[in-house]
Ligand binder design. Structure first.
Ligand SMILES: [Zn+2]
Ligand SMILES: [Zn+2]
Length: 217
């Protein structure tokens, strides 16, 4: 692997390890699985991206910024390929590994807006927020939106679901609320009422935020 790519892989791995509470040097090198890993890590320390202390590696602020961007691009790309373009999980991940190196910040924010600012990747890992997520500027017509954004009466195909509790996914699935299903939002007030396969059900507002749909005209 060329050094700049290897550097990016290391930055991402450090981020993912930190999510699991680890900053172990040996585990990092093993995870990278490239004979140049220790070499590149030394260069990264010189460049001010990481600090190496005995058996631990930590991101500096500068490293953190880069690693956050890479993770954001990677996880957004996974959502795009897996949920919107229907590419299998493994291929989505491999493609995400490629595109994360060249998506510009503005393209990244466009993808994020297009997907309705998803909070997690298909593996359930958090996607670092971008500027677009708080501004909600609507220059990009979103393809995917939270169910609560649909107009009453409109129909949407479920693209992905981001449940705050995992147990909820099963309950929703038992009602036919799974990616690919088409639902109609009958009303939004005073509560959300959906129609799916001739069945009408009321759901609470939180659930209407966790289901991401593509409007069906
Ligand atoms: Zn993922
Ligand atoms: Zn966003």
């Amino acid at each position: 692997m060329e050094n700049s790519k290897l550097r990016d892989e290391i930055l991402e791995l450090l981020w993912a390890m930190r999510e699991k509470g680890s900053k172990n040097y040996a585990a990092l090198v093993e995870g990278v699985n490239d004979s140049k890993a220790s070499d590149v890590l030394r260069k990264m320390e010189k460049a001010g991206l990481v600090v190496i202390n005995n058996d631990e590696v930590e991101l500096t602020n500068k490293g953190e910024v880069r690693s956050r961007d890479l993770i954001r691009r990677h996880r957004l790309a996974e959502r795009l390929f897996h949920d919107v373009l229907d590419v299998g999980m493994q291929e989505s991940e491999e493609t995400a590994c490629e595109v994360e190196h060249f998506l510009s910040p503005s393209v990244t924010d466009s993808v994020c807006s297009f997907l309705g600012h998803p909070p997690t990747c298909p593996h359930g890992k958090p996607i670092p927020r971008g500027e677009c997520c708080s501004k909600y500027k609507n220059e990009i017509k979103p393809l995917v939106m939270q169910l609560k954004e649909l107009d009453a009466g409109a129909r949407g195909r479920i693209v992905f679901i981001v449940p705050s509790e995992n147990s909820r996914l099963e309950r929703l699935a038992s009602m036919g609320i799974i990616p690919g299903s088409v639902i109609r939002l009958k009303q939004k007030r005073p509560s959300f009422v959906l129609e799916i396969d001739e069945t009408t059900l009321a759901v609470d507002g939180l659930i209407a935020e966790e289901i991401y749909v593509k409007e069906q005209k």
